[in-house]
Design a protein around this ligand. Structure first.
Ligand code: UD1
Length: 436
């Protein structure tokens, strides 16, 4: 297992360019197969899930070139397959977005069930129901799904939940459908708006009015050049590292409006936050407890829930987080508690997918050997390790690499003492009291 080794106690201080957004770049890459031509994408993060998506694109017949790590050129002129290899689909959740784009391009798709972080049941019923209403026939077996359509026709779809993935799939299936599609109660996360901006640059006709998205089908899409938005969750994670180490940070390339649901909470906790057009400055004061509820945008993002827990643990008072998106996004809690946190799950609140976590104030974290079990939960353990007494070894670095392009280099440049397991033997003796 790949690990991170962190010596706690260093202040996070400095400025950092925020990488491109994973949750924006993945659906944008899926969109490219609707374009019978070349798309040049800048600011694509160099992370595992992007590598898997590129493998899928190549297996479908696209020619993909990577330039300077973060620019990707996709030529989808000769897409000739509608089968997403099951082994690749199983590796990540966002493979499901190939449903809409392949239906739009090929009129059919065969795909294995998506994988990804285990946060709960993560069903796809809303995706399938919506596609059926656009004219798709679907058959399922234990391994995966086969979808076929003669033509895609626009329709009115009222989502019972603002599902990010379902909204993306509907948009992609509807872009070149006959007639107009109206999605009511659509998810409007900044990453969805970014995908829409890219598609509109390619010639699609998509409008967003509040939480309604209107897609007027067009005959074809043209190639384009597009820069992916910055990753607001990575920005929020680094904000948390500054908050917990009593530091200060400039987050460069971050759009104020996109990150506001996160900065607002840090401000409520007492952090000094100044937002400018294209960057955020934050300085830590004594932080106080807050109550957070995760919800679809513009609510507090579920993807920042785990990273808040170590920060709230060191804030004055008792905090709570109500997780309303996923029923079991809690695997980081036992690991944080191994480092000295006092976080409990209110079992009687665990209903209708809602779980409430109580985060009691502690004096400090103590280094330990802990296990990342998903991407953001892993980031939470790194945050705790940065301020912990002694050394923390975070096993499962491979989960963290799914979303953070260069967490070691970034945090080192901000003053942290963090490395990967290359030097692990040097710290084993220092850590023997923990490992014993
Ligand atoms: C969700 C998050 C997204 C985050 C991503 C990875 C929200 C609204 N969505 O997107 O911000 O980046 O996880 O952590 O915050 N659901 C169904 N049926 C479906 C689809 C979804 O019941 O067909 C339910 C899920 O079980 C879950 C909720 O809706 O409880 C959110 O799902 P959805 O937004 O689709 O998930 P992701 O697209 O994975």
């Amino acid at each position: 297992m790949d690990s991170l080794v962190i010596r706690g106690g260093r202040k996070i201080k400095g400025e950092i360019d925020i990488q491109g957004s994973k949750n924006s770049a993945l659906p944008i890459l899926c969109s490219c197969i609707l374009v019978k031509g070349i798309v040049v994408l800048h600011n694509v993060p160099n992370i595992t899930d992007i590598h898997i998506t590129i493998e899928i694109l190549k297996s479908l017949g696209a020619i993909v070139k990577i330039e300077n790590n973060n620019t990707i050129i996709i030529d989808s002129t000769n897409i000739n397959s509608s089968v997403v290899p099951y082994s690749l689909a199983h590796k990540m959740r966002s493979s499901i977005i190939f449903l809409g784009s392949l239906l739009g391009r090929m009129g059919e798709v065969t795909i294995g069930y998506p994988g990804g972080c285990k946060l709960g049941a993560r069903p796809i019923d809303l995706h399938l129901k919506s596609l059926i209403s656009l004219g798709v026939n679907i058959t399922e077996d234990e391994e995966g799904i086969k979808c076929v359509c003669n033509n895609l026709f626009g329709n009115k779809i009222n989502l019972s939940f603002k599902s990010v993935g379902a909204t993306q799939n509907i948009i992609l299936a509807a872009v070149c459908a006959k007639g107009a599609t109206i999605i009511k109660n659509a998810a409007t996360e900044p990453e969805i708006l970014d995908m829409i901006a890219m598609l509109n640059k390619c010639g699609s006709k998509i409008k967003v009015i509040g939480d309604t998205i209107i897609i007027d089908g067009v005959k074809k899409l043209n190639g384009t050049e597009y820069t992916v938005m910055s990753d607001r969750i990575v920005a929020g994670t680094y904000l948390a590292t500054a908050a917990i180490t009593n530091g200060e940070i400039y987050l460069k390339g971050v759009k104020t409006k996109q990150i506001y649901p996160i900065t607002k909470i840090f401000e409520d906790m007492g952090m000094d936050i100044r937002t400018y057009d294209n960057f955020v400055f934050a300085k830590t004061n004594r932080l106080k407890a807050v109550n957070i509820t995760t919800s679809p945008h513009p609510g507090f993002p579920t993807d920042m829930q785990a990273q808040m827990m170590p920060v709230l643990s060191l804030s004055k008072g008792i905090s709570s987080i109500e997780e309303t998106i996923f029923e079991s996004r809690d695997k980081h809690i036992s690991e944080l508690n191994k480092m000295g946190a006092n976080i409990t799950i209110m079992e009687n609140y665990k209903e209708n997918k809602k779980t409430t976590f109580i985060i009691n104030e502690i004096n400090n974290f103590t280094g330990n050997v802990v296990y990342a079990k998903d991407l953001r939960g892993g980031a939470a353990l790194v945050i705790a390790g940065l301020c912990a007494e002694g050394i923390t070894i975070v096993e499962g670095y491979e989960y963290i690499k799914r979303g953070y392009q260069n967490i070691i280099k970034d945090l080192k440049s901000l003053g942290a003492d963090i490395s990967n397991n290359i030097n692990i033997s040097n710290v084993i003796s220092e850590k023997s009291h923990i490992l014993a």
